[in-house]
Write a protein that binds this ligand. Structure first.
Ligand code: URA
Length: 425
């Protein structure tokens, strides 16, 4: 059936709803090139301003799934569970989480992405391990899931191609922030991937897409409903992202911190969130009574990690790259740290070379920000607060600018910021 895209744009512009047939047609026509980028960007802007109802979002998601292939893990003979984070600063949780969950005979098919802007990408982090490769064929992925139980790799080109095209367009037309478009983008990939259970980590705060708890709750509700309607057992945690997670933001720095967690140590917030998400994944996959925490302390998760890295060509014993240039920022006064702005730390890490401005850019494995204190810690004036790492020292000035005003001090003791702010199922 042929339609006129201008009619659809007008309908949405004027606050109307799109029919199933219109949604199916526009996604197919855009993927095939009949609808032009400028027309789709007008429609995306109308959706951003006018919204979509639950049925429209579900149909939009289904049409994006139908634009490509669907994976099938039913031959594995064990449950599957995946996690998706909406992205934050220092969010390396996938690295210890995937092997931890796999210890308990739940397979983890973790399709991940690269970083854009101030939030890091899991694939960029893992590529700092010598030899590790992100691209696997569907057959390689299935074989690794069967053998090791966990795989973290790039989504193949065949999965939801409509989303790949639309996400790149939204990125350059100011239309990323529409809840129907974010929810359908994330969930089309997760549903097409074929996981049986899905745990969403929806970030809230200065370093996240969603700045308020209300917005984050709406996004989480929309995604959980989409997942359940498609037969994926989906739950969401709402977690704080006003403060960076852990003590590092940057690729190799975050791998090192993840190894600390897999060795039974690491920062408390990273361990707490890893264990909480592992519990949710195991419960959603039908293992509600398992306590995953001991598997970090006794080395079982580290054993899976080593096999997972080696299966993708990485050398788990190779030294991680280290920056040639560092610069230390000290505390300007004495007191309890009451704020450390996640967005500012993310921008600083990005400017040091850890992230990319355009999809084609390379990232530095060594670049990033190391934190020596977190909110609620007492610091004395002159004590190191941040160490900046980079291969290109001319980047220090702009990174230091980003950190101006990034911390506040209090004379009185302050509580650590809340990490898990809510749960939806
Ligand atoms: N991540 C996605 O995959 N899609 C979005 O729209 C936003 C974040």
């Amino acid at each position: 059936m042929s339609m006129d895209v201008v009619d659809l744009i007008r309908t949405k512009r004027d606050g109307g709803r799109l029919s199933d047939a219109e949604i199916d047609w526009v996604i197919e026509a855009y993927t095939g090139g009949t609808v032009a980028d400028y027309q789709m960007s007008a429609l995306a802007m109308a959706i951003l301003i006018r919204g979509m109802d639950r049925h429209e979002i579900a149909r939009w998601t289904a049409a994006m799934i139908a634009s490509g292939e669907r994976m099938d893990f039913s031959t594995l003979g064990r449950p599957t569970a995946d996690k998706h984070s909406t992205g934050g600063v220092g969010d390396k949780i996938t690295l210890p989480l995937a092997p931890l969950v796999a210890v308990f005979d739940v397979a983890v098919p973790q399709l991940s992405g690269r970083g854009l802007g101030h939030t890091g990408g899991t694939l960029d982090k893992l590529e700092s391990i010598p030899g590790w490769r992100a691209a696997l064929s569907n057959e390689e992925m299935l074989a690794q899931l069967d053998d090791v139980g966990a795989v973290i790799c790039a989504a193949g080109a065949g999965l939801a191609p409509a989303d790949k095209k639309l996400y790149a367009l939204r990125d350059t037309t100011g239309t990323v922030e529409a809840i129907p478009l974010i929810a359908s983008s994330i969930m089309s990939k997760k549903i097409a991937e074929g996981t049986g259970a899905l745990v969403l980590d929806v970030k809230v705060g200065s370093g996240a897409f969603m700045k308020s708890l209300d917005q984050a709750t709406e996004l989480a509700r929309t995604m959980v409903d989409l997942g359940k309607d498609a037969g994926v057992n989906t739950v969401a945690l709402l977690t704080g992202m006003d403060t960076p997670l852990g003590l590092t933001a940057g690729n190799a720095l975050e791998v090192r911190e993840s190894l600390d967690v897999l060795a039974g140590g690491g920062p408390d917030d990273v361990v707490e969130l890893t264990v909480a998400l592992a519990r949710e994944m195991l419960a959603a996959a039908g293992r509600p009574d398992v306590d995953p925490a001991p598997a970090l302390a006794d080395g079982r998760a580290m054993d899976v990690w080593r096999r997972m890295i080696a299966a993708q060509g990485g050398d788990p014993d190779a030294a991680l790259p280290v920056a040639e240039h560092t610069h230390t920022v000290v505390a300007g006064e004495s007191g309890y740290l009451s704020r450390m702005d996640a967005h500012a730390v993310g921008i600083a890490a990005w400017r040091l070379g850890a992230g990319r401005a355009r999809k084609e850019d390379d990232v530095q494995a060594v670049a990033g920000v190391e934190m020596h204190a977190k909110p609620s810690d007492f610091v004395a004036a002159g004590q190191p607060l941040f160490t900046l790492h980079t291969a290109t020292p001319e980047r220090f000035d702009r990174a230091l600018e980003a950190l101006q005003g990034a911390v506040d001090y209090s004379a009185d003791a302050v509580a650590a910021p809340g990490l898990i702010l809510g749960r939806l199922d």
